[in-house]
Design a protein around this ligand. Sequence first.
Ligand code: IMP
Length: 427
Amino acid sequence: MPAIVLLGAQWGDEGKGKATDLLGESVDYVVKYNGGNNAGHTIVIGDEKYALHLLPAGVLTPDVVPVIGNGVVVDLGVLFGEIDGLEARGIDTSRLVVSANAHVITAYHTTVDKVGERFLGDAKIGTTGRGIGPAYADKMSRIGVRVQDLFDEKILRQKVEGALEQKNQLLVKAYNRKALSVDAAVEELLGYTDRLRPMVADTSLLLAGALDAGKVVLLEGGQATMLDVDHGTYPFVTSSNPTAGGACTGSGIPPTRLDRVVAIVKAYTTRVGAGPFPTELVDADGERLREQGVEFGTTTGRPRRCGWYDAVIARYAARINGVTDFVLTKLDVLTGFEKIPVCVGYRINGSTYDEMPMTQTEFHHAEPVYEDLPGWDEDISAARSLEDLPKNARRYVEAVESMTSVPVSVIGVGPGRDASIVVRALV
Ligand code: IMP
């Protein structure tokens, strides 16, 4: 013990990588439990900047064991590409462990993802095009390929044949594309087998042993609450469960062993891809948040949609995940705004809501009800305690706390690893 879950409270890109890395020295294992290389962490250490998409951020911390859990979908080409990239920069990745039960993303999943999005036209989700949805669809349809299948060539071929039989029908007949080759897919996967074998383990057993031995296990969620396939803004979501329940199914650690659920929440809101976003700003303030916050996707480079902080969403995330601590990131980006509106409720068809409405139709029509908080002009990037913050910045933090009834334990005040105020230790 303990097991700590770290997840995003909004639509992703809240700065989880930084929080994970901040915790790195206190934890023994960092487990990625959902998603794949649709994620993107940018971690700044000194003058070095690392962009990770698939590997857990803990890989950068010496002695931490990074684990890719069973709930993840793994693109093996990307995995080895990231490993090679880090090794070339002197980072030791040899401790990495990959679950034998994790599913594999193959070239046919990426093809179907991209072709499917194009086919949807205006109704597209705006996926990252990394094959995430099709790989999870195969998993749920029980025609997926798991990491362990690479060690049995006969089974691997059978599974790829099964998966491609359906996909080729779709590609040729519905999308007017060429059929994909079973041989090419099998060859590609077999090419990774020897390198992969020493990394693969029964990770739920490994983690149970670690917790029994008193090790600290950090479960790191990819994407975020509002992108959860069950609890997010469906269908504008990813195809996995980033929420706290997903940490259990995606790692094999039971709910009774979780001690703390830490949610990362940005001091304003961003979203990549399509879907409803009540506080979105399409004016100069939105542009200013994007520029000051450098809000461009790590994975796709797309400009992120930006808007004010939404306390309804934060409260919802606190409830769905059982959040024990908030990490409030990028407070410094709000410096210089004269007043900072915070969304405290929605107006929908003449009624006021202080909780997420029941239906997506209502959420699509939600108009934010704002409370204006006073801004500050002082540079806060050197603040290392609450007392270092100007009065109005402190007031902003207190407002976030009182609107969610969850304590803010860490505040991010700049992009660097040390640019944080730790009010309450997370481990
Ligand atoms: P997918 O996960 O590639 O299927 O994309 C589904 C939706 O989730 C799209 O709106 C993506 O932009 C969004 N998404 C996926 N990963 C991330 C992330 O790491 N940060 C923010 N949005 C993401």
